[in-house]
Design a protein around this ligand. Structure first.
Ligand code: HEM
Length: 546
């Protein structure tokens, strides 16, 4: 008997027993003993390259099955919006890998398939909605059927049964209502908030002043820190001073890395088998470790608030109100799992994550448009100098600074900070634009399609604050300015974000003239799209104004 892999003995009558699988009697080539008696070198090489009958049949069957499946897969069910051809198993996920960017990809698909089109992520149907009319129809007129988030779509940081962003039904409603009421109590959107946030903004101004007029710097970090600090102040009454500054840096870096992996986490959700592959593909271990680190940090902050509240009874921030609600429920004997410590930690995490990157990104775009449009910046300087005469801007001044207000709105339009909002899922079949959007599918509004609509905003690529000057009493939503999306589940932090955007930009414009450092090439206006749409890194110079 030859060793495995060696040629069978020429004289061995039972040579078929020793042949590799391909060379057994049913083989077209090696079906006779004569064949076994051919040259040994041929016997060693040929069996591995000549297909057997089984192989040919298997191949034909596979090709037929793939072709049949492809044909079947590409017939969209009745009235389901059109979309590109999909492949077995991965659906249309392949188009995300070969395309230059999500926004360009979405624009191309809209041009080809119309305002409502569909894609398959694995075998999950996703419907993309374009245009102001259709987004209003979906999220306002038929909004009650489109309040839910798709279930099972739990990214590591947004768990599916806690918090507010990724939950549905009573859990979501109770938390959304509680947070909105508490924000109102703390004066979010009103003058009362000023005492809380103004010191942080003054600190940002000083931090930029300290860089010196000649220095060129990337404003990204300073703005992210300020945005995070503002939210931490409102929700945890925390300033992160002295040694604790490093904690905040760690937290920001960690949340950033989770957000950067957002795309991978989303793709993995639709290809669950990839998660099961051996090895640490996509660095999932790192993502989990970071998630644990972030959660531990927040737990610690919440515990400190609980100790402070027990000692003083003084309600100073959202966490205090929440802890008080847990206590009240307990003392009334109300058994509720909706308001508990785990939910509190999750809510805190979500508010910081949802509020930091979005606001900081919008402020970065604001500075970028300022340096690229010096004549617009001069108009803002003139307005603020005349109206405020050097006093630090407050919310009361908003009415006196219409050009600044318009410049912020125009920045928000062009920034398109959250281009595809957050996914939703119909709780029942709905009809939109003549198509059926079935219960349970994923729905994505393309906010870009509205913010960059040339009929609503002529020359949509141009930075023209004046387009918002004459809006009189028209609602921003009716004009098409919907960066927070619309309807009952739009951005929960809209009022807080508007306050921050106004106070930070007013203070910066009053204090500095921003310009491109000499010799620096013009920064690109093409954004980097992840969970948010950020500008590519750029450097500026801040010349102090007296
Ligand atoms: C310029 C800044 C911001 C922009 C452009 C923005 C945009 C958005 C968008 C488009 C959504 C998705 C709404 C939908 O499902 O249709 C959203 C949701 C949300 N945002 Fe914001 N946001 C900003 C700032 C903030 C801030 C400062 C906070 C928190 C303090 C915040 C907290 C939230 C929360 C909690 C949700 C989920 C709401 C829910 O599921 O009910 N956002 N945001």
């Amino acid at each position: 008997m030859p060793a495995p892999g060696t040629a069978p003995d020429d004289d061995d009558d039972d040579c078929n027993e020793n042949l590799p699988f391909e060379a057994k009697p049913t083989s077209l080539v090696f079906s006779s003993k004569a064949a076994c008696k051919s040259s040994s070198s041929l016997q060693q090489v040929t069996p591995s390259i000549v297909p057997s009958l089984e192989m040919v049949v298997a191949l034909l069957v596979t090709i037929t099955l793939v072709a049949a499946t492809s044909i079947l897969l590409n017939v969209r069910p009745y009235l389901i919006p059109p979309g590109p051809r999909r492949l077995p198993l991965i659906g249309n996920l392949y188009i995300f890998f070969r395309n230059p960017g999500f926004i360009e990809l979405a624009a191309g698909l809209r041009e080809r398939y119309g305002d409502v089109y569909s894609l398959y992520l694995g075998n999950k149907l996703m419907v993309v909605i374009n245009s102001l009319d259709l987004i209003k129809e979906a999220f306002v007129t038929q909004g009650d059927a489109l309040l839910d988030r798709p279930q099972g779509l739990a990214y590591e940081i947004f768990t599916k049964d806690k918090g507010v962003i990724n939950t549905n039904g009573k859990q979501w409603r109770d938390h959304r209502r509680f947070i909105m009421h508490t924000f109102l109590d703390f004066g979010v959107g009103q003058d009362a908030l000023e005492n809380t946030v103004s010191p942080e903004i003054a600190r940002l101004v000083q931090c930029i002043r300290d860089k010196g007029a000649d220095a060129s710097f990337d404003p990204c970090d300073a703005l992210r820190f300020t945005s995070a600090r503002l939210i931490f102040k409102v929700i945890l009454n925390k300033r992160f001073e002295g040694e604790e500054k490093a904690d905040l840096e760690m937290f920001i870096a960690a949340t950033d890395s989770v957000l950067q992996n957002f795309g991978v986490l989303s793709a993995l959700h639709f290809l669950p088998f990839v998660r099961m592959l051996p090895g640490n593909i996509f660095n999932m271990d790192k993502i989990r470790t970071t998630d644990t680190q972030i959660r531990k940090f927040m737990h610690c902050q919440v515990e400190r608030r609980a100790i402070h509240l027990a000692a003083t009874g003084d309600i100073q921030c959202l966490a205090d109100s929440y802890l008080q609600k847990i206590q009240t429920n307990r003392s009334l004997g109300i058994e509720t799992h909706t308001f508990d410590a785990d939910n509190l930690v999750q809510v805190m995490l979500e508010l910081v994550v949802a509020g930091t990157d979005t606001t900081a990104t919008t402020l970065q775009w604001f500075l970028l448009y300022m340096v690229l449009n010096p004549e617009e910046q001069t108009m803002l300087h003139e307005e603020i100098d005349v109206e405020l005469d050097g006093t630090f801007p407050t919310l009361k001044d908003r009415g006196r600074l219409p050009y600044l207000d318009a410049a912020i709105l125009e920045t928000q339009r062009l920034a398109d900070a959250v281009p595809f909002a957050v996914t939703r899922s119909p709780s029942e079949d709905i009809t939109l634009g003549g198509f059926r959007i079935p219960k349970g599918c994923i729905v994505v509004p393309s906010l870009t399609s509205v913010l960059m609509d040339s009929e609503l905003f002529p020359q949509p690529e141009a930075f023209k604050p004046s387009r918002f000057l004459r809006r009189k009493n028209a609602k921003l939503r009716d004009l098409g300015l919907i960066p927070f999306n619309i309807g009952k589940r739009n951005c929960l932090g809209e009022s807080l974000a508007r306050v921050e955007l106004f106070l930070v930009s007013a203070a910066l414009i009053q204090s500095f003239r921003f310009q491109l450092p000499e010799g620096e090439s013009l920064p690109s206006l093409k954004g980097i799209v992840g969970a948010t749409r950020k500008p590519c890194p750029f450097r500026i110079q801040a010349i102090p104004r007296t």
